[in-house]
Design a protein around this ligand. Sequence first.
Ligand SMILES: C[S@@+](CC[C@H](N)C(=O)[O-])C[C@H]1O[C@@H](n2cnc3c(N)ncnc32)[C@H](O)[C@@H]1O
Length: 204
Amino acid sequence: MADSFLTFISEIIRKPGEVGAVAPSSKYLGIEISNYVKSPSEPINVIEVGPGTGAFTKIIADKLKPKDRLDVIEFNSEFVKVLKEKMKDYPNVFVHCLSITDWKPDYKYDYMVSSLPFNVFDDSFVKVILNHYEDIMKPNSMISYFEYMLFPKLKKMLLSGTKKENFLKLHQVLDDFRHKYEIDTKKVFINFPPAYVHNLKLSS
Ligand SMILES: C[S@@+](CC[C@H](N)C(=O)[O-])C[C@H]1O[C@@H](n2cnc3c(N)ncnc32)[C@H](O)[C@@H]1O
């Protein structure tokens, strides 16, 4: 637990533009963001994108039956070491070390929990990621992701010129995707910083 926290903090310091967080998320955010994940009688495929050191991974895995599958996609190799150790007693959880844009499975998913830090990416990369999300998910599947509550507003206020234009473009891409599929948004205050959880249903 302490190891996983220290690894997360040291990688935030080393690679702030990739990790895009100020601290690991709380278990309350983990419970809310995995709220829609349910294991019915048929086996399901679940994917977690950007798990970090696994703040949500066990919460998701504990909702699954042995016949279900959870793929965990993280491209930071230090986080992957921690995750593999943490999840070693879960035979239906598979940790993969690569970027989500390079993950091309020959099956599709019923649920996705995404923690990617969209706010630190540019709009063209976010478009690529969101198109890829649509490709790897089944029709009527669910995507849940979070964003920090005040961060986008603060960043918008502090930026100017081209940087501000790029940030607004990025938000347009994210908002378009969200408005297309959103079924609800929840607020989680017991997290640092407080966050919104957006729940989307990929209706065809
Ligand atoms: C905001 S952190 C979230 C970590 C954890 N889920 C939490 O909430 O505490 C985002 C994570 O996404 C990972 N990440 C960033 N870009 C990625 C990509 N293209 N593919 C896979 N993981 C990525 C980062 O390494 C980092 O672990």
